[in-house]
Design a binder for this molecule. Structure first.
Ligand SMILES: [Zn+2]
Length: 420
């Protein structure tokens, strides 16, 4: 567990630490939950050595940079191999990675190479007297602080503008967008007066803020009701976001809107059309469904079409977020109250299966359209929906109470943070 002394030495003395039973519980939960933090890095070399740091730029390769430092072909191969096998580094990223070269003297050969892929990780390569390179990865200790920011949408605002005004960094706002993407439509579901808040991590090293960490909790007064999400690590080590009750909070699209319905025709670039007789693409998946079977919306969204055409018969199209739309065809009838502009939640009945349009028998024809292009509903990559087992759920509910209490402490105090 970390001490609080650093905090008092930060420039901003108004920053205080909450150090109470609440915090200790949070810490306990958290330290148990994140066990990947390890050794503190020491001074990496005596000051007498010569060092030079190279920032990787576009077009740089490891061999090019090593050759520029006077390393020979065999050494370069050995270093590349050990970096790949021991540190999992096979390519360098421009404008992200740095490499430090150390020498005994200005004109001596390189004796140590430090690859720095992130502010929190260093890969040290040292050469022994026999000329063999060894690799050692060092995790840099980070001081993680939970901060809380709250804001409100004003007239004419976007969520982005309101978020920036609330002091939420752009990267964190982008994460929030992704987390809420299937919950709300940031283009259309934003109204003046909606309040939101985000608790997230700031990573410090030696009292200096280095970057932002992960989103810990989100709350948003959405049109369909308040949305709350908490990040939680399960016993198996995987993390997810859950609502206040511990249900998986990441909404996505269901690949099969009707549970347990049998697929009678798959998505394909080409197939022989059963009615037209000639070969054409099947842009969706057909599910067997007797006439009258209720068809639930595959995800939350807004109805953008409720119409009839010769091919689809009665169909409904829903826009879920900036990139996804779903379409349901051959309906016998539409559900009451579902019209263009209706906001629907996942699972809400939008119509009933039938055989209208070009169809040989009652079924649901279901399409997913991603960025305007039809994709295969059975294989398209969708955000993972994760649920908690009984044991995890119990732990989650305790953890959630702690986070809620912490948020209570941080509310309206933008200079306060919780050291984790
Ligand atoms: Zn079909």
């Amino acid at each position: 567990m970390k001490k609080a002394k650093d905090i008092m030495t930060t420039k901003n003395l108004t920053r205080l630490v909450i150090s109470m039973a609440v915090l200790m519980t949070l810490l306990a939960t958290y330290v148990v939950a994140t066990n990947h933090r390890s050794a503190i890095i020491g001074p990496s070399a005596p000051a007498t050595e010569c060092r030079s740091v190279v920032v990787v730029t576009s077009g740089d390769t490891l061999s090019k940079l090593l050759a520029e430092q006077g390393l020979g072909h065999n050494e370069i191969t050995a270093i590349a191999n050990i970096l790949k096998s021991d540190a999992g580094i096979s390519t360098l990223r421009a404008d992200k990675d740095k490499i430090e070269f150390q020498r005994e003297k200005d004109d001596s050969p390189v004796s140590k190479i430090v690859v720095i892929p992130s502010p929190w990780r260093q890969v040290e390569l040292t050469c022994d007297e026999n000329g063999a390179w060894k690799c050692n990865t060092v995790d840099i200790e980070r001081d993680v602080r939970a901060v809380y920011r709250a804001g409100e949408i004003l007239d004419g605002d976007s969520f982005y503008l309101a978020g920036m005004r609330a002091g939420i960094p752009a990267g964190i706002l982008a994460d929030v967008y992704d987390l809420l993407a299937f919950e709300m439509d940031f283009e259309r579901d934003i109204r003046a007066g909606q309040k939101f808040s985000v608790m997230y991590e700031e990573n410090f090293s030696e009292g200096k803020k280095i970057d932002n960490g992960r989103v810990i909790a989100i709350s948003f007064q959405a049109l369909r009701g308040d949305v709350n999400m908490y990040r939680f690590r399960k016993a198996d080590g995987t993390t997810g976001y859950y609502d206040a009750e511990g249900n998986g909070a990441i909404k996505s699209l269901k690949r099969t809107p009707i549970n347990n319905a049998k697929i009678t025709s798959s998505f394909s670039g080409r197939r022989k059309h059963p009615v037209l007789g000639y070969t054409r693409a099947h842009k969706g998946v057909d599910f067997r469904a007797p006439t009258g079977t209720p068809i639930p919306a595959a995800g939350a969204g807004r109805v953008v079409a409720r119409s009839y055409n010769r091919g689809h018969g009665n169909f409904v199209k829903i826009r879920h977020n900036g990139s996804y739309e779903t379409l349901y065809a051959h309906m016998s009838r539409f559900a009451k109250g579902v019209t263009v502009g209706t906001t629907v939640r996942q699972g809400q009945i939008i119509g009933y299966a039938g055989s209208t349009g070009m169809s040989t028998g009652p079924h649901l024809h279901y399409e997913i359209i991603k960025n305007g292009k039809h994709v295969n509903p059975m294989t398209v990559k969708l955000p993972a929906i994760s649920n908690l087992g009984a044991e995890d759920k119990k732990k989650f509910l305790e953890y959630r109470k702690v986070v809620d209490k912490a948020i209570e402490q941080l509310k309206d105090k933008p200079n306060l943070f919780i050291q984790m």
